[in-house]
Design a protein around this ligand. Structure first.
Ligand SMILES: [Zn+2]
Length: 303
């Protein structure tokens, strides 16, 4: 699932490429019976309403809140997109064929993750902003810009870890809302801190030397301070590399990000730990239906 750096990468590209353009038309074939009566474009009835709200409107700017993309329109409406498991935007020229929308040469046609166009915006410059979503889990709807902060999906979110005022004290205050929680799960909890998921929690804890199952309230301050610093460094590094494409995330140009080449723990199971002087081998354990990857030697367990 795209996490903070992948969503931030997408938002920056949207601002660069589609900011100032008008939405001329919108198409979707999401159409799912499971979304009947929901305010989500997968409900065909809602999609018609969505279309009326956004067609003819100019895109002002895209913003990010946690893992949500917020596309502000001049009309005072905002399109909220949560990419969920496999969604990503692609910008270029697409052609509609019997098999669906296919991209021009700018976007790699053979990339299996970029072939599932479920939503497509036609733009005033003749190009398209398409949305590929292999697993069809994404969430897309429009809402008045002024009501974003009070929307249930946004209101519940914890602070942004890259905000300047996200101090070590704030980090500790957030984590200690769940003193008995396992630190990996608490880091990934969007109500505690926003934007961190499976990849970055593994990398942050490897860097800080904390076992993923450690109890938050029992973990001493020095390793927590390392985790706070690592959160900022690792997320920023991934943004500078245009995100992580270990899974299906692609940039808006269809290209992969680069952070998957920097993993020290995530999906490194069986490999020698790369911490200097550490003789550990990266292990994998199950944790609440997800996997945690860690080094059993230098990552200490606090309980
Ligand atoms: Zn190690």
């Amino acid at each position: 699932m795209p996490e903070l750096p992948e969503v931030e990468t997408t938002v920056r590209s949207l601002n660069r490429l589609v900011g100032g353009l008008k939405i001329v038309d919108v198409w979707s074939n999401y159409n799912s019976p499971f979304h009947k009566a929901k305010r989500n474009i997968k409900n065909p009835r809602y999609f018609r309403e969505f279309k009326k709200q956004i067609v003819g409107k100019k895109i002002l700017a895209a913003k990010r809140r946690a893992k949500n993309i917020l596309i502000n329109l001049q009309s005072g409406q905002t399109i909220l997109v949560h990419m969920k498991m496999s969604g990503h935007f692609l910008y270029g020229v697409f052609k509609q064929t019997a098999a669906g929308w296919t991209a021009d040469k700018l976007i790699r046609k053979n990339d299996p993750f970029s072939r599932f166009i479920r939503l497509l915006f036609k733009l005033s410059n003749g190009k398209h902003l398409a949305f590929s979503d292999l697993r069809k889990f994404a969430k897309v709807f429009a809402l008045p810009t002024k009501s974003i902060a009070s929307h249930p999906d946004i209101k519940k979110l914890g602070p942004e870890p890259l905000a300047k005022n996200f101090s070590f004290k704030k980090f500790i205050d957030c984590l200690l809302k769940k003193p008995n929680g396992k630190i990996k799960q608490v880091l990934m909890s969007q109500e505690i801190i926003s934007g961190i998921g499976n990849i970055y929690s593994d990398e942050i804890l490897w860097s800080a030397g904390i076992h993923p199952l450690s109890k938050v309230g029992k973990t001493p301050r020095p390793p927590l301070q390392k985790a706070w610093a690592a959160t900022k460094t690792i997320l920023k590094k991934s943004i500078s590399l245009s995100g992580d494409s270990a899974s299906d995330f692609r940039g808006i140009n269809g290209r992969k990000g680069g952070f998957q080449n920097c993993h020290r723990a995530y999906r490194e199971t069986g490999k020698k730990c790369r911490k200097k002087g550490c003789a550990g081998v990266i292990a994998k354990i199950k944790l609440g239906g997800r996997s945690a990857h860690f080094c059993p030697v230098h990552q200490k367990y606090y309980d």
